[in-house]
Every structure is written in structure tokens, then in C-alpha cells.
Ligand binder design. Sequence first.
Ligand SMILES: Cc1cc2nc3c(=O)[nH]c(=O)nc-3n(C[C@H](O)[C@H](O)[C@H](O)COP(=O)(O)OP(=O)(O)OC[C@H]3O[C@@H](n4cnc5c(N)ncnc54)[C@H](O)[C@@H]3O)c2cc1C
Length: 484
Amino acid sequence: MPARTGAQYIAGLRDRAVEVYVSGERVKDVTTHPGMSNGVESIAKLYDLQHDGAAGSQMTFDSPTSGDSVGLSFVTPTTPDDLAQRRNMMRRWAQSTCGMMGRTPDFMNVTMMAMAAAGEYFTQNRPEFKSNIQNYFEYIRENDLVLTHTLVNLQRDRSPMPAPLQDSTDVALSVVKETDAGIIVRGPRVLATLGPLADEIAIYPARNHQLPLDAQGAYSFAFAIPCNTPGLSFLCRESFDLQRSHYDHPLGSRFEEMDALVFFDDVLVPWERVFLLGDVELCNNMPFATNRIIHSGHQVVTKQVVKGEFILGLANMMVQTLGSSQLPHVQQMMAEIIESLEVTKACLRAAEADAEIDQWGVLCPARFPLLVARNAFIRSYPRMAEILHLLGSSSLMALPTEADMNGPLATEIKKYLETDTASAEERVRLFRLAWDTSCSAFGSRQVLYERYFGGNIQQNSIVLNTIYDKEPMTERIREFLMEE
Ligand SMILES: Cc1cc2nc3c(=O)[nH]c(=O)nc-3n(C[C@H](O)[C@H](O)[C@H](O)COP(=O)(O)OP(=O)(O)OC[C@H]3O[C@@H](n4cnc5c(N)ncnc54)[C@H](O)[C@@H]3O)c2cc1C
């Protein structure tokens, strides 16, 4: 089947009728639910972009099995051109959401591509797991499916000793039984961003939150199942799409990707959907051994560049509108955003420039620039949101709504809210966007998302420090100390 259209994506969601709950109620149809339908529309638009004439054809490639035009984020890159085209495609999707939807389907597409290409890795666990992961990847590519994923067990006791996995079986997702048909899993997971808007859910080991080597194998697995598998339910947080106009909530009314807790109530995972099972070490090593974390990093950093550009453009319009652009400390804050953006762009470029064919025959971006960019953005994005606060101050609260613009005080608003460079209408539109980016529930969630979606910064830093080869530099110091 060729790359899907938005309408086909929506029809698929409607047919699937996943068990989704929000605010104490079962959602009958996420595609029409007031808190979720706009997010669905935004994802549908991404699919429509694949059919947008000549530009759309740049977002697809010929499937190696069916020959159909399939989504470019499924490509298995082997040349620099493949990587560049994949990045351009992902950039186009990120621009369509102002970088505000982190889990657009390309994130999981590149992840599953890497796992499938490294099929031999899964053979070490059980021979059939290689064909399981490869058949699954072909299935999602050929059907252009949307995946969510959830890798982390619920916080209960994160005390460091004796081992990171302190959760008891009732709060950590675990295999409770193996049958002829497959494995039965039970427990909760956090968080499935895009969960209610997805077709399939994938569970696989996290780069951080590693299992101690003496952990029971019951905690170590990788699999993927349809979101409407019996026993699976998604408990959403409150929606940050408050069903207001694009004028009032320019971002929340468009890009609510939703986060959900996932409950597995004795869910049967058929054997053909199991990719790893019971081998703690293989699970712990999987993110780097398959390079799935590097390919997902390519998507993440591509999106971070778009998000950084969005913040810079927004900040620039704010200071132009308020006439503050020449103040020294304002320039310093603008420079901070520029520095973060340029470092992120440079890392993305370096990762592609230093890409190498990995042991699976895939052209893999260089890992360190991407890991560094990801860690750096965890620190820089909250600062960017803070800078928007500092640049906007009271203008982030002097915010008439669309109704006010035509209400009893419309004359006063027009008269007093204009600035030297912007009409009242322009100013209000702009600052409503700045507010939704940095102050609203939607904006606050963006900060939390950037802080945590890829693990906590402390553990990410430990991972970076552990795998970075510092020996050549250390040797240089040893040599220097020995110099007469
Ligand atoms: C908006 C949002 C969306 C998300 N979407 C997804 C998703 O789509 N898929 C998915 O799988 N996950 C998702 N997550 C979950 C994410 O993977 C986790 O939040 C992240 O891995 C951190 O795990 P945690 O929340 O359990 O926090 P913890 O790991 O418990 O960390 C919380 C804090 O505790 C401290 N801490 C705890 N343990 C240690 C330790 N051993 N060493 C050092 N410090 C420690 C740190 O200070 C840390 O900042 C999402 C999270 C958020 C906030």
C-alpha cells in the first residue's frame, strides 16, 4: 500500500476504536473527541504532505519489496544522499507543527528501521526474532502505520541501591506467562505520547533505566502490538486543547499530541510480535548495539533545529513589536537563543558529515554530535522559554481574547495596545502565540517534554560520559606530565 493520506489515517483510527480514557470517561472516537481531534488533524496533515505534488514526492521512496511509494522516514539509509533526503523530509514534518509535536510518526519509523536492519542482533536471543522484527518493520512501512512507544516503568522507588529497578512486579510491566500463542504481559508503563492517536504501540528497552544484570528476565523484552489489543488501555492526561480558536490558543488548538499512561491487563503478545525476551544484557545493550538511539536522535535533533528556529523568530518579533531589540541585555538573550540554535544545527550537520556504515550495513549518523545536541537541548529549551518570559513580561498577560477584540472594549484595545511597529491586532496575535509557547498548559508541557522525553539529564549524562572514549586525551596528559 502506498504512503497513506490524512483521510486514510483518520479512517484507520476510527476503525480501530482503541480503549482510551480521559477525565473519567471512555472516549468513543478520538477523531471527533474535542480534546484530541485537532491533534489528529495535524497528524493527518503530515500524511497529506506526502501527496503534495512534487514536494510530496520528495517525501517518499520506492519500497524495496512492493515498489509502492512509501514514507521516506522508513528508508534504510546507505548513502549520504539518503540521510540528507530523510532529514529534509523530517524537517518538513517538523515545520508543519512548529516543532511542537515531538512524536510525529517519523520518530518511530526511523527507530524501527534501525532495529529491523540490525536483525542479526535479535537472532542472538532467539533465531526467529530476526524475522519477527523485519516482518514487522515491513508491515508498518507498507501500511504507513503510526506507532507510539512506552519504555519506562512508573516511578515508585528510585533509590539508587541496590539497583535501579526497584519497582515490584505490580508496578513494572512484566511477562507473567508464556503460552503457545505468545507471552502474557501485565503492568503499567509511562508515557505513551501520541498513544491515543496511534495505530500500534511498541515496547522496547530504554537507553537509560537499564535493568540490573541480576534482574529477572520477566522485565526484559521488546514487542509491538496494535493499540486495540484486548486488555490494553490508555489513560490520558487532561487535554491542553481547550477547544478554543486558533486565535486564542494558536498552538494548543492544533498540536495536542496527548500523553497517556498505558495499562496492560494480561495482554497477549503473539509470538510473531516478540523481538526480544528474557535476556537482560541483550535488552540493555540494544539501544546502542542496533543504533536505534542514533537514528531516533537524527529525527529528534532535526526537530530541535526547527523548534529553535521557531523560538528565535518568535522572540525577534516580540522585541521588534515592543521596540526593545536594541537594549543590550535583550540582545544578549537573543544571542543565547542563536547560540543554542547554531550549536544544534552544527551537531546535526556534523552527525551527517561523519556518518559511517555500521555493522548492519546502514549509514548511521555519528553518535556523539547527536547525543550532545540532545543533552544540550534539555538545558537550552527551558532557558528559551524563560527568555520568552523575560522578553514578553506583562505583554504575556495583557492578552485580550478573540471575543474581546470584537467586544465592548474593542475601541480601547485598538487604541492602547498598538505599538510603534504593530497594530493592536498584530500585537495580540503575536503575544497569544508567545504565551501559548511559554506560559499556557500547552507551553509548560513543552518544557517538561524537552526536559524528559528522552530520559533524565543526569542519566543521559552518565551514559554519554561512560561511552565517550576519553583515553586519547588522558594519554596526552600523561605524556605531558612525563615531559622534562
Ligand atoms: C511530556 C512527556 C512525554 C513523554 N513521552 C514518552 C514517550 O512517548 N515514550 C516513553 O517511553 N516515555 C515518555 N516519557 C517518559 C520519559 O521517558 C521519562 O520521563 C524519562 O525517561 C525519565 O524517567 P522518569 O520520568 O521515570 O524520571 P526518573 O528517571 O525517575 O527521574 C526523575 C528525576 O529523579 C532523579 N533520578 C532518579 N533516578 C535517578 C538515578 N538513578 N540517577 C540519577 N538521577 C535519578 C533525577 O534527578 C531525575 O531528574 C515522557 C515524559 C514526559 C514528561
